[in-house]
Write a protein that binds this ligand. Structure first.
Ligand SMILES: [Zn+2]
Length: 155
């Protein structure tokens, strides 16, 4: 399994989590296997230092926007201030095996997982490889080399 998520988006998540004593969380928006945007959400858990719960209003709004033709909700991310890069047993207990994408931000890095039936981790998660598909079609070779901000849109 493989998803496209740019280095820039991963850096955004790492920066958002850095220095936060609470778990930060948000939604992953995109199409197909490509995460195009991250949408930070409020962590409304009662004990946000050790748990996360996405603001239900933000979740509802994102699903509504998707139904109206916006990007799909591919999954969500949250951070582990403890530094553990893998989903916890508690994450597994909370995860519906619906194939959604889980990104864990910990220790200055991001790892990706999919919540499925009979996953290899806690019986719920399988690791997912990430590649930097850039902003375009994902198959163009690197060009120029020194302009990471260039935007290429699929036609
Ligand atoms: Zn967790």
């Amino acid at each position: 399994m493989m998803i496209d998520i740019s280095i820039r988006l991963r850096d955004e998540l790492v920066a958002a989590a850095r220095g936060s004593v609470d778990e930060v969380c948000g939604l992953l928006l995109g199409r197909g296997e490509r995460v195009e945007r991250v949408l930070p959400c409020r962590n409304v858990a009662a004990t946000p230092a050790t748990r996360f719960e996405l603001d239900p209003a933000a979740l509802l709004a994102a699903h509504r926007a998707a139904r109206a033709g916006g990007p799909a909700v591919l999954g969500h991310y949250h951070s582990h201030p403890s530094g553990d890069a893998r989903p916890s047993a508690r994450d597994a207990a909370d995860a519906a095996p619906d194939g959604s994408l889980w990104l864990i931000v910990a220790g200055g890095a991001v790892s990706a997982w999919r919540a499925i039936v009979d996953g290899t981790l806690h019986g719920r998660f399988d690791a997912v490889a990430m590649r930097d598909g850039g902003c375009g079609a994902g198959h163009e070779p690197p060009q120029g080399g020194d302009s990471p901000a260039r935007s290429v849109f699929p036609t």
